[in-house]
Design a protein around this ligand. Structure first.
Ligand code: CA
Length: 409
């Protein structure tokens, strides 16, 4: 029997030619050279090598060691490159040029696919914010007075964004429970996850110029799964009054694969109904503003066991509103800016995207094969996976994001 071509992807594969997420990889034969890859089924195609073989005008942008030059090239180029890639992996006339540049996923090393510029994290799920409010402020209103007027966020630490598969060292820090007489220092005992969706900016903006709600797709290239590791004990003691700091800055894991927004056209959904009209720069109810939500179905697994299924379609604030809000003061965007959606939690208990909520701050342990868990133990491995509705009923798979907890140093 002839060997099957890497281009023969089974029908219905969530990483078929309708998807084509971008990543950066190296091979065991050439470990120092990073190349842009496009995922097709169980293979990664060396996009720059194919572009050169075919004499494509995109050979330079696809031969870079990161996605940043492509991200910065703008929406027209994103569209044209995607159209070219689609032809390369589907047109039988290109097979001979493409097949030599396909590598089995299991044989390559995946790297952080873009150089991260700035990093912002939001807090956009009403269910998550309500749960956290009830846990941390049981005597007050669950939602703060500003929550439904603006997408709350904070500036995170871009230099500690790591690619899926990177171990996460348990952070040390100060903690002080309300009943403790004084703070103590040591490894976090409430290490948690936050299942989120990240967005990466391609086209920059000028300082002083806000980005309008309707210009989201001119600036944002794609999305990916993101795990905002959070030390709840450090966070609870430090966060008043300026917000998250050391409880979150030790590591943020992102998928090795960026799904272009163009692959998710069939997954667009309207966000939940608003309780009252928003200020004009955030008001997405107008006819000419396209639906800003994405129907992404996320699964959270710990040590291979599924523990939650957060629905991204339930998010109150959209990525377009978050972009408009973070630039409304004139703050500029840079190519490689990353922003996180905030923890994705749905209305049901098994839709909560953090252990803080799943265990109600440690009150209700969950059962794993290894034993009960309230928060993460050393050796635990957390994986986020997701899919979205695609064209003709085919799923669009998102690249997973995995990280394993290792002991404090
Ligand atoms: Ca977060």
């Amino acid at each position: 029997m002839p060997q099957q071509s890497p281009l023969d992807v089974p029908e219905g594969d969530p990483f078929g030619p309708h998807n084509l997420p971008y990543g950066v990889f190296s091979t065991p034969q050439d470990t120092t050279r990073r190349r842009i890859g496009v995922r097709l089924g169980g293979h990664v195609i060396d996009a720059g090598a194919v572009a050169r073989a075919l004499g494509s005008p995109y050979a330079d942008v696809l031969s870079a060691p990161t996605l940043n030059p492509l991200l910065g090239a703008g929406r027209t180029t994103w569209h044209d490159v995607r159209r070219a890639l689609t032809a390369w992996v589907t047109d039988p006339g290109h097979r001979a040029a493409v097949e030599p540049h396909a590598y089995a996923l299991a044989d390559v090393t995946l790297h952080l696919p873009y150089e991260v510029a700035d990093y912002v994290d939001f807090y956009a799920s009403e269910h998550h914010a309500t749960n956290v409010g009830r846990i941390f402020r049981p005597d007050g209103d669950a939602l703060t007075p500003n929550w439904k007027h603006l997408p709350i966020g904070y500036h995170g630490r871009s230099g500690t964004i790591v690619v899926s598969g990177t171990d996460v060292v348990r952070p040390c820090g100060q903690r002080k429970a309300p009943a403790d007489p004084a703070p103590v220092f040591g490894p976090s005992v409430k290490l948690d996850i936050e299942a989120e969706v990240g967005f990466v900016v391609g086209t920059p903006s000028a300082l002083g110029e806000p980005v309008a709600l309707g210009d989201f797709r001119e600036h944002v290239f794609g999305l990916f799964l993101l795990n905002d590791w959070s030390a709840r004990d450090i966070q609870a003691w430090e966060y008043v009054p300026l917000g998250p700091f050391l409880g979150k800055s030790f590591a943020t894991s992102v998928s090795a694969w960026v799904t272009p927004l163009e692959a998710l056209d069939a997954a667009r959904v309207a966000p939940p109904a608003r309780d009252f009209p928003l200020l004009p720069y955030l008001d997405d109810s107008a006819e000419d503003i396209e639906d800003g939500g994405f129907d992404l179905r996320i699964t959270v697994s710990i040590n291979g066991q599924e523990v939650a299924h957060p629905p991204f379609a339930s998010m109150y604030w959209t990525a377009a509103q978050q972009l408009a809000h973070m630039t409304v003061n004139g703050a500029s965007l840079r190519t490689g800016d990353v922003y996180g959606s905030g923890t994705v939690s749905g209305p049901e208990v098994n839709q909560r995207g953090s252990l803080l909520e799943l265990t109600w701050n440690g009150r209700d342990a969950i059962e794993l094969a290894e034993g009960k868990r309230t928060f993460l133990e050393d050796g635990d491995e957390v994986t986020l996976t997701a899919w979205a509705p695609g064209p003709d009923g085919i799923r669009v798979g998102l690249g997973d994001v995995t990280g394993r907890i290792v002991a404090a140093r």
